[in-house]
Design a protein around this ligand. Structure first.
Ligand code: FES
Length: 124
């Protein structure tokens, strides 16, 4: 188990390997996941205050590069909890005026995930 601290909400015990977007939601925070966790919508965006993984999926790297936000935020649907983390969800249902957060996200990261050190993706 690891400690997940969500700024403004609290600290929670989370099972290792839990998809971050699901962990945040299970902690009662209405984080967006409007594409259902496929690294397309970017509404699961978070900033890390602590514990940011040094690895990233190609899908996340490509999407963050597309929107010019690489190094500024991470996509919680592409991250799994593998250490203590402190995060701030940036797009929440109550702030955005959505009817809901989006389609349920799968337990496993989609597209099927392989993680690479961020610097190797930057150099590719
Ligand atoms: S990019 Fe859509 S849920 Fe993560």
């Amino acid at each position: 188990m690891y400690e997940l601290t969500i700024e403004g909400t609290g600290t929670f015990e989370v099972e290792e390997g839990t998809r971050l977007v699901r962990a945040i939601e299970e902690c009662g925070v209405d984080i967006g996941h409007r594409c259902g966790g496929h690294s397309q919508c970017t509404t699961c965006r978070v900033t890390f205050e602590e514990g940011e993984p040094g690895v990233m999926t190609e899908a996340e790297h490509e999407k963050l590069t597309d929107i010019g936000q690489r190094g500024e935020m991470r996509l919680a649907c592409q991250v799994v909890v593998d250490r203590d983390m402190t995060v701030t969800p940036l797009m929440r249902v109550e702030d955005q005026g959505w009817d809901d957060a989006g389609p349920e996200t799968a337990v496993m990261v989609e597209p099927e995930a392989e993680w690479f050190p961020i610097e190797t993706l930057d150099d590719a």
